[in-house]
Design a protein around this ligand. Structure first.
Ligand code: SF4
Ligand code: SF4
Length: 351
């Protein structure tokens, strides 16, 4: 039977810093809620799975469960398998980070997020493991995504990775600032089970400092080299990502320079995305230059024999532009306003 549904509603659980939700695509609203105001309490895993199965039954009748799903590219028609289990686990329970990107939500109050005491995620996961409702094997080895602050600051990171390896996870998705080199990341890369992503968004120390607001370009570059090495000749991928940030790094020249650095580091997988605070704020005034830069980056990456991946905010923007929920602007005064906003945003997180 074909019907519209979503793989994250089906098999995914997302541990946020103060709630448990179905997915990571529900924007800042976090409305695909499973448990609100979560502080590490014991979870009734069987009930959680039962609720997911109910959502799947409703989807067969065309019922969309959450507002966020209404305009989400993940809500799509397919033939969906049956059975209640979890094969995708997203951990975003911690907010500490050794980097300071101006576009990160933590920039709103860096001290607060760097000192935020979160619940003991390892204890929660140990309890989940006992329920036997994690089943990575059912979905080709499943996936574990570590999306919080930086994994270099996550308490029990090594123990968490080892727990999931024990459970048979075959894919680990690990974005990292790469400010700190982590042997456990090297281990999963060498085992062919990791997709590790670093997002320098720049090709030189000065621009890196402007965006990341720390002075660590060379150190990050050296760590990227080591990770790229560990991934070579395995099933793992090491990716350098470029988030196109309008009015900050949005030039063909900067994209070319970044690709040159990728080559020097030994990176053969690259990715791009768009800064989402900008596209949300200016959804009705998107400069045409943005999708043009997507095309340029894809073409140039391929010319350099690199595999190029588009990330989700870029997907969502193209989806919105196509269905009319986002619109282009060709008005010079809009661009002046946007440029001013981005400079201010970079300095004082003024959303
Ligand atoms: S359809 Fe989109 S918003 Fe809804 S649960 Fe799936 S990923 Fe999340
Ligand atoms: S590396 Fe990630 S978590 Fe850290 S400040 Fe940048 S965007 Fe935020």
């Amino acid at each position: 039977m074909r019907y519209k549904f979503c793989e994250q509603l089906k098999n995914c659980i997302f541990f946020d810093s103060s709630c448990v939700v179905h997915c990571c695509n529900c924007g800042h609203d976090r409305d695909t809620i499973i448990i609100d105001d979560y502080k590490g309490e014991k979870i009734d895993w069987k009930k959680l799975i039962k609720d997911k199965l109910k959502i799947q039954e409703n989807a067969k009748k065309g019922i969309i469960p959450y507002n966020s799903c209404k305009n989400c590219y993940m809500w799509r028609e397919d033939v969906w398998n049956e059975g209640g289990y979890i094969s995708e686990i997203i951990i975003s329970s911690w907010t500490t980070c050794n980097c300071n990107c101006f576009y990160c939500y933590t920039a709103a109050d860096k001290d607060f997020y760097n000192n935020f005491k979160t619940y003991d995620i390892y204890r929660v996961l140990k309890d989940f493991q006992k329920s036997k409702l994690i089943n990575f094997k059912k979905d080709n080895g499943g996936i574990v995504r570590l999306l919080g602050g930086d994994v270099g600051t996550l308490k029990d990171f090594d123990k968490i990775v080892n727990l999931f390896l024990e459970e048979g996870a075959e894919h680990f998705y690990i974005p990292t600032s790469a400010v700190k080199y982590l042997p456990i990341v090297e281990k999963v890369l060498k085992e062919g089970k990791a997709e590790v992503i670093v997002s320098p968004d720049s090709s030189n120390r000065e621009l890196y400092k402007k965006i990341k607001r720390i002075d660590a370009y060379e150190q990050v570059k050296q760590n990227m080299k080591k990770y790229a090495n560990a991934a070579a000749n395995t099933k793992s991928t090491f990716i350098s990502k470029f988030i196109i940030i309008p009015y900050i790094n949005d030039s063909k020249e900067e994209i070319d320079n970044w690709l040159k650095e990728c080559k020097e580091i030994g990176v053969t997988n690259v990715a791009y995305d768009i800064e989402d605070n900008f596209t949300i704020k200016f959804s009705q005034k998107i400069p045409k230059k943005i999708p043009e830069l997507f095309d340029y980056l894809e073409r140039r990456g391929k010319e350099e024999n690199m595999k190029v991946t588009r990330f989700r905010f870029a997907y969502q923007l193209l989806f919105d532009l196509e269905n009319g929920t986002a619109k282009y602007s060709e008005n010079e005064s809009d661009f002046i306003e946007q440029k001013k906003f981005m400079e201010k945003f970079r300095k004082e997180y003024c959303l």
